[in-house]
Write a protein that binds this ligand. Structure first.
Ligand code: MSP
Length: 630
């Protein structure tokens, strides 16, 4: 029960101070904890601890194993982080959401819909302070900011199935229940506690993560090494979570699930953390310091720590505590590297402590810098995704972020880079190819042209090319590359390397342009029967390639892909991966598209972006006053 109290005085949170790990001076253990001998002594509080099982319980291991199966139709929940509602969205937030959105859309291409979600956070000291600074209440601030997030995500076409807020009643009920499960599991105790607290990070920091800096008035102060934010020495009574008792279960979980944290460098990083100090975690704040949050059940003097509150949102959205079993633990969390520790250590430990399984996968991405600098309000270089989408188009900007964003490393943003990329790959290469291969001058009947087998006979090896047909070895290499593209793209999506999937598609588009250019179909004479067959075959192959690109690009540039597929007369029921059947005629099978009237929209697929100066002017005009207030 909550009345079990331990005092952990003078203890530092998350690591060592200059004098090594600070230890509690007094620890009065509960009867239950005293009964179990410690397996590993970490600190005084952890010494009298409940002992979690050495290996994960059987059902958990079984579930973890089946969860790695990747078959289509498998039920899966994809989550974005729960965004802080203390400021408007920036491109980093959008990137997190787009990764989840693209993964979800890709799954839907293969299988029946599975839900995605995009919650928005509402609690915490950070928000309480931001509201005070803006002269408003936390509730009003959250209302306004979550509206901005909703707007940005909708504008970006993020197909979320649920958008939750931590202020919702269903969530608060779930958090209280979760707290009860922790309490009943005997993993909470009350301790007097002090350490350096970083409000923007909503976390206590160990000395090793601190540096000397200056405050807003230029006075020397301690700052977070990673973010440069000022930290404050904070001393209070908190509830503590026995994180230290979960080293073995976490290590076992990771050992049994080597793809649980992805990409691999982040997995290795978490393993290293588990070899270091793993002190208990403060999971509440004094209510008089933090009113904007959920009170600890049966102790109104305490507010539940914002991270516990936010993480439980992943459960409340799937109906915890009643109906979450339909989804949990088939969950993939997409998170930025700065919140890895919360998701890969604290969250799985909390889940295990509450009798639940860790999430199946945690997909981690790095950060966007702007012209080599960290994005920050104080530097005034925060990039507004709404303005970018206005400038580059929704699909243009989606494409840029997903094509240039590499989860394993930080990526740099600047306007010229977006213009160059989308102009060359979307406007010129892809749009140009569609335009040229469907132009009335080359395809006057405006139909899906027929494939001629004698012009492009099937060969077992591209070296056999050039015999009876007109296709050359490079053409066969193109066909082979496009035929293997869906599997390649699938593999990259599964491996959380969307940028590589897009790189492969871009490479095939270039090859197709080469094919078109090489054979100069505009020079062929339709009045000659033989030439006409070859001309139609060139167009057929080109449109077939475009159909594959349009299908595969749907998760990334949904509007543009729709336009492309509609132009190619591909119906809504023909846009799934299962029925793709690229160049069926080459394999001697019928092609349902041959002879079909092409779609009526002959407009440009993607407009080339103009001069940056003009766009910058438009950017200024697009500033939303509400965002400037924050
Ligand atoms: N509220 C927490 C998350 C709780 S999840 C239970 C939080 N919110 S946040 O709004 O600060 O960040 C949301 C997401 O945006 C995180 O995944 C974070 O990594 C990501 N990004 C924040 N800045 C970023 C960049 N500069 N670049 C890319 N992503 C970044 O943390």
């Amino acid at each position: 029960t909550d009345s079990r109290t331990e005092h952990v005085a003078g203890r530092r949170f998350l690591g060592r101070g200059p004098a090594g790990p600070a230890r509690p001076r007094r620890a009065r253990a509960s009867r239950r904890f005293r009964a179990a001998a410690p397996r590993r002594r970490i600190d005084g509080a952890a010494a009298d601890m409940w002992r979690p099982p050495r290996r994960l319980p059987r059902p958990l291991r079984r579930a973890a194993a089946t969860a790695t199966a990747t078959g289509p139709g498998r039920r899966l929940l994809l989550s974005t982080p729960i965004f802080y509602a203390n400021g408007p969205p920036h491109i980093g937030h959008l990137y997190s959401a787009l990764l989840a959105d693209a993964l979800l859309r890709h799954r839907r291409l293969r299988a029946p819909p599975s839900p995605g979600m995009t919650p928005s956070a509402g609690h915490g000291l950070k928000i309480q302070q931001a509201a005070a600074a803006a002269g408003t209440s936390p509730a009003e601030l959250c209302e306004r900011v979550s509206g901005l997030f909703r707007q940005a995500l909708s504008q970006a076409g993020v197909a979320y199935t649920d958008f939750t807020r931590t202020s919702e009643l269903r969530h608060q009920r779930a958090v209280r229940h979760f707290w009860g499960a922790l309490r009943d599991g005997g993993v909470l105790y009350k301790g007097s506690y002090e350490g350096w607290y970083c409000t923007p990070e909503e976390s206590f920091l160990p000395e090793s993560q601190l540096a000397e800096g200056t405050d807003a008035q230029g006075r020397p102060c301690k700052v977070s090494l990673e973010t440069g934010h000022e930290v404050h020495w904070t001393k209070e009574e908190n509830y503590m979570f026995r994180l230290s008792a979960f080293r073995d279960p976490l290590q076992n979980w990771l050992r049994d699930n080597p793809r649980a944290i992805f990409p691999d460098p982040f997995y290795q990083c978490v393993l290293r953390w588990l070899d270091e100090d793993l002190p208990d975690l403060s999971v509440s704040r004094e209510r008089n310091r933090l009113q904007w949050g959920i009170p600890v059940p049966s102790d109104p003097t305490q507010t539940i720590y914002v991270w516990v509150d936010a993480l439980v949102n992943y459960l409340s959205v799937v109906g915890y505590p009643e109906s979450h079993g339909a989804w949990w633990p088939a969950v993939h969390h997409v998170v930025g590297k700065d919140i890895l520790k919360f998701h890969a250590l604290y969250w799985p430990a909390l889940l295990l402590a509450a009798g639940l399984e860790p999430p199946e996968r945690i997909l981690v991405h790095s950060h966007w810098t702007v012209r080599g600098q960290k994005m920050s309000k104080s530097l005034g270089n925060v990039v507004d995704p709404g303005v970018c989408m206005g400038q580059y188009g929704v699909d243009g900007f989606r494409y840029f972020l997903l094509r240039q964003g590499v989860p394993e490393r930080d990526c740099d943003y600047y306007d010229e880079k977006v213009v160059k990329l989308v102009n060359s790959e979307l406007a010129d290469a892809l749009g140009g190819l569609l335009n040229r291969s469907t132009a009335p001058s080359i395809n006057p009947s405006n139909t899906y042209p027929c494939f001629s087998e004698p012009c492009f006979p099937k060969v077992l090896d591209s070296r056999e090319a050039g015999g009876t047909g007109r296709a050359c070895a490079e053409d066969y290499r193109l066909v082979a590359a496009v035929a293997s593209l869906p599997v390649q793209v699938d593999t990259y999506f599964e491996g959380f390397q969307i940028y590589k999937a897009l790189e492969c598609i871009a490479q095939c588009v270039r090859q197709t342009n080469g094919f078109f250019q090489r054979h100069r179909p505009w020079k062929l004479d339709r009045r000659d029967a033989g030439e006409q067959l070859w001309l139609d075959t060139i167009l057929h192959v080109t449109l077939e390639c475009l159909r594959v690109y349009g299908t595969l690009l749907q998760p990334v540039v949904p509007h543009m892909a729709d336009k492309l597929l509609s132009r190619l007369a591909v119906g809504p029921g023909e846009r799934h991966l299962s029925g793709l059947a690229f160049l069926a005629r080459y394999d001697g099978k019928p092609c349902p598209f041959e002879g079909r009237q092409l779609g009526p929209d002959t407009g440009i697929l993607f407009h080339r972006l103009g001069k940056l100066e003009t766009m910058k002017k438009r950017k200024q005009e697009a500033q939303v006053p509400d965002k400037q207030l924050l």
